[in-house]
Design a protein around this ligand. Structure first.
Ligand SMILES: Cc1cc2nc3c(=O)[nH]c(=O)nc-3n(C[C@H](O)[C@H](O)[C@H](O)COP(=O)(O)OP(=O)(O)OC[C@H]3O[C@@H](n4cnc5c(N)ncnc54)[C@H](O)[C@@H]3O)c2cc1C
Length: 415
């Protein structure tokens, strides 16, 4: 793979850009792989990348029914933060956040990580208590956050109406090194690196069945034929339940649509990410100038990639009261993704009843931020057959044992 650099751009400029090679190959599937990963979203691709980088396992296929990054990875509002309450969550999200800091250099691909700062507004007394508690927990966990007052909120984001018609801003949980990254670029960067290691990314290929023998997976049926494998990793977000069904077990997860929208581009007016959980909306400004807005999940299970219209109205109403200056903006696009939500709002990175089949899902409304940490942990689980320190708490047996990792304050709102 040729390295991307300022020198390469200059060289190609004088050659009319004829010399660029394809970022990743599009091979036909081989008959057999050491590891088959179902799902070429960020988590599947990151799993593949760290299997190669950390464990030297490169005979890997990543099988995708659509196009890579076309699931939730390419549909999210790109908020990155690690200010979670429970120790296992803070550990994996902080690992991910720290990997984002150097991701562009590590992948030689500009993922446009922008640590512009994320604030979660406290607009009720119970939110103040919740976020103060999180800030204290974060101090012990080595995650840098602070609880700030309303005046500091206004200094950091002058377009906020801190008096609020319904809920005044009483403070915020502030993570200065949280931020955003370009979602497609994360998928593309990992894909390019995986392809360079000799892994096969097979797009437009749906897994339709999981073949088993004597309690172990022996391969998968796909729309491009049967593929054998030593180990299977299922990393399909909102379709986790379907794939688990093919493998013959059930998951404690629900699939619902979550939606987002963007406005027409305007001049820079906001250089932080703001989440307003009580009124229920969150917003940041993209590099193109669009206001990127996220709403809530539908209140019923579904597999649409649209989301319901009443949520748009609810979200826009919440944000207009928080940022009155956006009231005259036109909205350009709206879309949805299918997210996989667990009862305790924490993911599963887990062994399954089939010895050589592993599952990663349940990231729900907030798994973009965790992509590198999740890939790191999942690669360890797949390579060693046992969870490492980052994923040990996230086994799905916790739902039977009543050992929940309750993140309803950190992840109750959609992001
Ligand atoms: C509107 C919206 C806003 C969000 N905002 C944020 C945010 O601001 N910050 C944040 O951290 N997170 C956010 N999220 C959540 C985040 O996007 C997801 O948690 C994350 O992208 C999940 O990544 P993934 O790789 O697991 O799944 P995906 O990117 O969905 O990838 C799974 C892939 O599996 C493929 N697949 C499914 N079934 C099969 C099959 N049978 N055969 C082959 N392939 C299959 C799918 O086509 C898909 O490409 C948001 C999500 C949405 C929808």
């Amino acid at each position: 793979m040729k390295r991307y650099s300022a020198f390469a751009v200059a060289r190609e400029a004088v050659r009319y850009h004829q010399g660029w090679e394809r970022a990743w190959a599009s091979p036909q599937p081989k008959k057999r792989y050491d590891v088959v990963i179902v799902g070429a979203g960020g988590h599947g691709l990151a799993t593949a990348f760290y299997l190669g980088k950390n464990f030297g396992i490169t005979n890997v296929a990543i099988i995708e029914k659509g196009w890579l990054g076309g699931g939730n990875t390419g549909r999210n509002t790109t908020i990155i933060r690690s200010n979670y309450l429970q120790d296992p969550s803070a550990a994996i999200y902080e690992k991910a956040r720290s990997l984002y800091e150097t991701m562009s250099q590590d992948l030689n691909y500009n993922v446009m990580f922008s640590p512009r700062g994320v604030m979660m507004l406290a607009q009720t007394q119970s939110e103040i208590r919740g976020y103060e508690r999180t800030a204290h927990a974060n101090a012990y966990q080595g995650v840098t956050t602070e609880f700030i007052g309303p005046q500091r909120v206004k200094e950091l984001c002058p377009i906020i109406n801190i008096d609020g018609p319904r809920y005044p801003v009483l403070g915020a949980l502030w993570q200065a090194r949280g931020g955003t990254a370009r979602h497609d670029a994360v998928a593309w960067g990992y894909a390019r690196a995986c392809s360079d290691m000799g892994m096969d990314i097979i797009q437009k290929c749906e897994v339709t069945g999981v073949r088993q023998n004597a309690g172990k997976v022996v391969g998968v049926d796909t729309t491009k034929g049967a593929i054998d494998c030593e180990k299977l990793a299922i990393v399909v977000a909102g379709h986790s339940g379907e794939l688990a069904g093919m493998a013959g077990f059930r998951l404690p997860m629900e699939s619902v649509a979550l939606q987002a929208l963007v406005s027409e581009p305007i001049k820079p007016c906001m250089d932080v990410v703001v989440m307003a959980n009580t009124v229920h909306g969150y917003m940041s400004q993209s590099d193109k100038g669009e206001m990127v807005i996220g709403g809530g999940t539908d209140g019923f299970n579904n597999y649409t990639q649209r989301g319901s219209f009443h949520h748009i109205e609810e979200t826009v109403r919440a944000l207009v009261e928080t940022f009155p200056m956006i009231s005259r903006l036109k909205m350009l696009r709206q879309w949805g993704g299918i997210v996989d939500v667990t009862g305790d709002r924490s993911p599963v990175i887990t062994k399954t009843p089939l010895g050589n089949c592993f599952m990663n899902g349940g990231w729900g409304t907030g798994g973009f931020k965790s992509i590198p940490g999740s890939g790191w942990a999942m690669a360890e689980l797949v390579a060693k057959g046992e969870p490492g320190p980052l994923s040990a708490a996230f086994g799905m047996e916790r739902f039977k044992e009543g050992r929940f990792i309750d993140e309803s304050v950190a992840a109750g709102v959609a992001h």
